[in-house]
Design a protein around this ligand. Structure first.
Ligand code: SAH
Length: 456
C-alpha cells in the first residue's frame, strides 16, 4: 500500500526539527514523512523549501530560522561547512559531543540490538580546532595559477581555500608553499576530465611532537617539470621539512595515492611520539590524524586490555604498530597484522627504535593470517581490532569466536559496523561491557569508539 507523500517539490513549509541524522542533517517529520535539512538542529523551528521528494524521505533547504537551538553557534567558514568536512561547525562543541554520544547509543541499539551497554560520555578536546596532522588537497588551476581547496561534491570543480579550521598550521602552511612553488615553476594541475596535466594532490604530514614535516606531491606522470628546482625551493622555504616524496598515480580514479613512491629528498619517514613511544611514519602508512586524542584513545585501549604482563596479545589491523607497541610494554608477547607492506616495515622499525623485543609483525589480511596463527598454536588472551570503516571481516570474527580470547578490545571509526560486529560476537558467546567514544574528529560527523568485550 503506497502512502501519499504529504509535501511537493518547491513547497515552502514550517517544520520543527526533532533529530539529527548520522551525517548531521536535521530531521523534521510531516505526517510521519521525514525531511532532512542540512544546517538545522533538533528543537529548532524553521521555514524550509522542499527541494527533493523521494519515496521514503524528502530533502529541504533552510529558508528562514524561526527558533534557534541553544547549541547553535555562528559558522566560522562557510565553504568548509559545506564542502570541507566541517559539517558540525554550526553546533557548539558541547552539542557536538552530545550528538556523538547519542549517535553511538542509537546505533548500538538499532543495529547491534544491544540494550544494556554502558556508553560513556564522549572524551572531547579542550581546543577542538587545528588538530589534524595530515591533509591531502586536490590541485586545480585558475587564471593560469595553481589553486587548492575542496572538490565541490559530485563535480570536478575545486572550491579554492587556503586555510583550514581543523588542520595544524604547519600542515596548511606546507601545502600552500608547495602549491606556490609548483605554480611559479610551471607545473600544470591535473585535469580529471581530460586526464592531462601533472599535479593531482599535495599531501603534508606533520610530527607534532618532533616538528618534522613530510610533503608528498602526487602526480599523474613519472616526471614533472623543474623537479629538482622545486625540491630545492621546498627545502629552502619550508625549514621544518625532513622528507619530500613523489607519489605517482597515473590512473583515472578518485583514489588519491598511487602505489609508486620515490623519495626526492631527505628521509623516507618522519618521526613522531605518542606518549613515550617513538614512531617512524612513511608516506603510504596509516597514522592517526589527531595526535592529542590518539593518546587518549590508546590509553583507553590499554586500560580495557587490562594487561598484567603474562598475556599473549594479537593486534589486528595494526598499521605501523602503534597500538601493538603500546600494549607490548605491558604484555608477554604481541603479534600485529596489517595489509600494507610499508606499514609493517615501519612497525618493525618502530619496535627496534623503542627497544621492544616482544612484538612480531606480519603482512597480510587479518582474516587470513590470524586463522593461520591459530592453526600454528598462537592463541591470544587479549585481541585488539582496529579495522577501517567497513569493520571486521566475518571470517575474522568467526576465528575470534573459535579462539576465545577472554577479552576483545574493539577500536572503531564507524559505529554502524562496530554495532554489526558486536552483535556477531555477542551471538558467539561474548558480552559487550562498555563503550567509550573519543572525539578524534571535532567539527566533523565522525565518531571513534573503544569497546570492551568479554567472554561470557
Ligand atoms: N591500529 C592502527 C591502524 C588502524 S587503521 C593505528 O591506530 O594507527 C586500519 C588499518 O587496517 C590500516 O592500516 C589498513 O591498512 C589496515 N587494513 C585494512 N584492511 C585490512 C585487512 N583486511 N587486514 C589487515 N589490515 C587491514
Amino acid at each position: 500500500m503506497s502512502k501519499t507523500i504529504p509535501v511537493q517539490k518547491n513547497d515552502y513549509i514550517q517544520v520543527e526539527f526533532e533529530d539529527l541524522t548520522h551525517d548531521g542533517a536535521g530531521v523534521a517529520k510531516v505526517d510521519g514523512y521525514p525531511i532532512f535539512v542540512h544546517g538545522a538542529l533538533p528543537g529548532e523551528k524553521a521555514n524550509i523549501k522542499v527541494i527533493k521528494v523521494n519515496k521514503g524521505f524528502g530533502i529541504g533547504r533552510l529558508a528562514e530560522l524561526l527558533e534557534r537551538s541553544h547549541f547553535r553557534v555562528d559558522i566560522a567558514k562557510e565553504d568548509s561547512h559545506k564542502y570541507g568536512g566541517c559539517q558540525l561547525q554550526h553546533i557548539s562543541y558541547e552539542g557536538q559531543l552530545a550528538f556523538k554520544e547519542n549517535q553511538v547509543r542509537q546505533v548500538l541499539t538499532r543495529i547491534g540490538k544491544l540494550e544494556d551497554v554502558k556508553v560513556h560520555p564522549v572524551l572531547g578536546m579542550e581546543h577542538p580546532w587545528h588538530y589534524r596532522n595530515k591533509a591531502q588537497v586536490p590541485v586545480g588551476e585558475k587564471d593560469g595559477k595553481l589553486i587548492s581547496g575542496f572538490f565541490k561534491p559530485r563535480s570536478h570543480e575545486i572550491i579554492e581555500t587556503d586555510e583550514s579550521l581543523i588542520q595544524l598550521p604547519e600542515v596548511d602552511g606546507a601545502i600552500q608553499m608547495v602549491k606556490e612553488i609548483c605554480s611559479e615553476l610551471g607545473v600544470k594541475a591535473y585535469n580529471e576530465e581530460t586526464h592531462k596535466g601533472d599535479l593531482r594532490h599535495i599531501m603534508a604530514r606533520y610530527g607534532k611532537e618532533t616538528g618534522e614535516l613530510m610533503v608528498v606531491m602526487i602526480t599523474r606522470t613519472p616526471d614533472f617539470p623543474n623537479k629538482n628546482k622545486i625540491v630545492a625551493e621546498i627545502v629552502k622555504r619550508i625549514p621544518k621539512v625532513k622528507s619530500i616524496v613523489h607519489n605517482i598515480n597515473s590512473k583515472r580514479t578518485n583514489v588519491i595515492l598511487g602505489d609508486k613512491v620515490k623519495v626526492l629528498w631527505g628521509s623516507e619517514v618522519i618521526y613522531d611520539y605518542i606518549g613515550d613511544v617513538k614512531f617512524a611514519i612513511s608516506a603510504l602508512s596509516f597514522y592517526q590524524v589527531n595526535p592529542d586524542q590518539t593518546k587518549v584513545l590508546y590509553d583507553k585501549t590499554l586500560e580495557y586490555a587490562g594487561l598484567a604482563g603474562n598475556e599473549t596479545v594479537i593486534d589486528a589491523y595494526c598499521g605501523i604498530g602503534t597500538i601493538s607497541l603500546f600494549l607490548a610494554q605491558k604484555a608477554k608477547k604481541v603479534y600485529g597484522v596489517e595489509i600494507v607492506q610499508e606499514a609493517i616495515e615501519d612497525a618493525k622499525r618502530n619496535a627496534e627504535l623503542n627497544d621492544i623485543t616482544n612484538a612480531d609483525f606480519a603482512v597480510g589480511k587479518a582474516e587470513e593470517v590470524i586463522p593461520k596463527w591459530y592453526e600454528q598454536g598462537i592463541k591470544a588472551d587479549v585481541l585488539v581490532v582496529d579495522p577501517p570503516r567497513k569493520g571486521c571481516d566475518e571470517a575474522l570474527l568467526q576465528t575470534i569466536i573459535e579462539m576465545k580470547p577472554h577479552k576483545v578490545v574493539y577500536v572503531s571509526c564507524n559505529p554502524a559496523t562496530l554495532a554489526r560486529d558486536l552483535r556477531i560476537l555477542e551471538d558467539g558467546g561474548y558480552k559487550t561491557l562498555e563503550v567509550q567514544p573519543v572525539d578524534m574528529f571535532p567539527q566533523t560527523t565522525h565518531v571513534e569508539c573503544v569497546a570492551l568485550i568479554e567472554l561470557r
